[in-house]
Ligand binder design. Structure first.
Ligand code: P6P
Length: 335
């Protein structure tokens, strides 16, 4: 009988990876896992009108019905506040971010969390997998000092941990602390995330390309040429390239991580910086992909090396199997 290893046990076991750690990062990851279970419960109920009602209604408990992404944002912020290890949360749902140091137990907290609490939430009403993406930094300023822009706008290389939760046919938490990528599947019968995908590695080559081809006419010529290459390659080598695009970044990335593939959200004429956010979509996913042996670039620079200029900035993204990302770069360079 294979032994069951829960997320909590795994985090404690891996604490030795950080000789100076005093357990704060372990507790922070635990807090994220707790919020993920709470959000998972509500995401799985979404659509059951008699329980959740629609936005603006009051639910059976008489509470005003919130949009699920607002609900998720509140749950993650509450869990981070109660856990006491996080001093600031930058969230897709919060224009300015939330400082937690004024709440007693967090005043000595040294971690900053950037989070997209429910990415792809527009897919909920059509029952498509959605996700949470998180990125963790250590504050640069001293505990007790005021937080600075330097604390909040660190390059992706300075992440101490990053991960995502995918609320799909099963709910999984996938994360890295820079020592590889591990995946945990929620076992609802015991309410625990259990290690199901140890040491995840993305295949060097794949045959899945993920891009919103509805934007094709607005793509840079190199991206258009790459898409045509995938289709022609199909005929020449009879190795079918498959276009798979869910419109939920976590779901597309998770599939490509397991099977191999490349996810592309380039700049377009209408979105010159692309659509995806650097701090809480591209940096954490880039950390995961690189730790799994893949590559993550904007098309001109490594995503993890970008010097952020503002909390919600957008960047173009080409992420996934190294050979496929390099092929996209080849077409971009040629054009
Ligand atoms: P489009 C969801 O809104 C999201 O931020 C990502 O999860 C997803 O990959 C992307 O946008 C989809 O964008 O323009 O293709 O609908």
């Amino acid at each position: 009988m294979k032994s069951l290893k829960t997320l909590g046990q795994f985090i404690i076991e891996k604490q030795t990876d950080f000789p100076y750690a005093k357990g704060e990062l372990s507790r922070l990851l635990r807090d994220i896992g707790i919020a993920a279970k709470i959000v998972n419960r509500e995401v799985n109920k979404a659509g059951l009108v008699d329980i959740l009602g629609t936005v603006g209604d009051t639910n059976v408990f008489g509470e005003n019905q919130k949009k699920l992404d607002v609900y998720a944002d509140e749950q993650f912020i509450a869990a981070l506040k109660d856990g006491g290890e996080c001093c600031f949360v930058a969230s897709e749902e919060q224009e300015e971010g939330v400082e937690l140091t004024d709440t007693g137990i967090s005043k000595n907290a040294k971690y900053i969390v950037c989070i997209d609490p429910l990415d792809g939430s527009s897919n909920i009403e059509v029952n498509v997998s959605v996700g949470t993406i998180f990125s963790i930094y250590r504050r640069i300023s001293q505990v007790g000092e005021a937080l600075t822009q330097q604390d909040l706008l660190q390059t992706g290389l300075r992440q101490v941990a990053a991960g995502y939760i995918i609320y799909g046919s099963s709910t999984m938490l996938v994360y890295t602390t820079g020592k590889g990528v591990n995946g945990f599947t929620l076992d609802p019968s015991i309410g625990e995330f259990c290690l199901s995908h140890p040491n995840m590695k993305i295949p060097q080559q794949g045959h899945i390309y993920s891009v919103n081809e509805g934007n094709y006419l607005k793509f840079p010529q190199g991206i258009k040429n790459y898409i045509k290459y995938c289709q022609e390659e199909d005929v020449a080598t009879h190795r079918p390239y498959t276009s798979r695009y869910i419109g939920s970044m976590v779901a597309d990335i998770h599939r490509n991580l397991l099977l191999g593939g490349v996810f592309i959200y380039p700049q377009t004429a209408l979105q010159p910086k692309g659509k995806l956010r650097l701090m809480y979509e591209c940096n954490p996913i880039a950390f995961i992909i690189e730790q799994a042996g893949g590559k993550a670039t904007t098309g001109t620079e490594r995503i993890l090396e970008i010097e952020p200029e503002e909390l919600h900035q957008r960047v173009p993204a080409i992420l996934g199997s190294t050979d496929m990302v390099n092929k996209v770069l080849e077409f971009l360079e040629k054009s």
